[in-house]
Unconditional design. Sequence first.
Length: 225
Amino acid sequence: MANDCILIVDDEQRMRKLIKDFLVAKGFSILEAEDGEKALEVFSENRNKISLILLDVMMPKLDGWSVLRQIRQESKVPIIMLTARGEEQDELFGFELGVDEYISKPFSPKILVARVEAILKRATKDVKEIKEYSGIEIDKEGRTVKVDGKSVELSLREYELLVYLVENENIALSRDKILNNVWNYDYYGDSRTIDSHIKKLRHKLGKRGKYIKTIRGVGYKFETK
């Protein structure tokens, strides 16, 4: 994980330096951008080396949401949104657009680094295994998903959610259990985050999305029968 490249996008130079100092101390290499337009420029020039993006929401020229939309059109690189807002609706909006993580300012730099490391560890986990679930094919080594032979673009969080559901096939999973296992740390948001991800995942799976069953009063279950 050391030497992974992180792109820090924030219009506050002091904030960029604070985050950079903590990440460099952990062995990461850093790229920076002070606004949305610069972020897209830096990403375009370094897309093959950037492992993760820390993206502020409120910025001049082009805000974080706009940057996120454009990057998601061509890349599944993990993205953590940084924002001074703490509103639940903002979080749900971010997850709908394909955010992998959402952290409200102020935050502990040590916690931020821990979350960066956790996401990169899961994203690069070397598991040489391909499994098929009634038309849904999951390649864990390549972290890719195919539905009826066609590739499906999933964000890191959507991918992890799908893997957790299929690996617990026929088991009713509560929203809290899904949060604890997929998000992999103490999450203080609303459980509707799960509903938002499930809705988007079902849509991307097409007719196979029906395998994700809603268990009233409990949560969800993956069942192919």
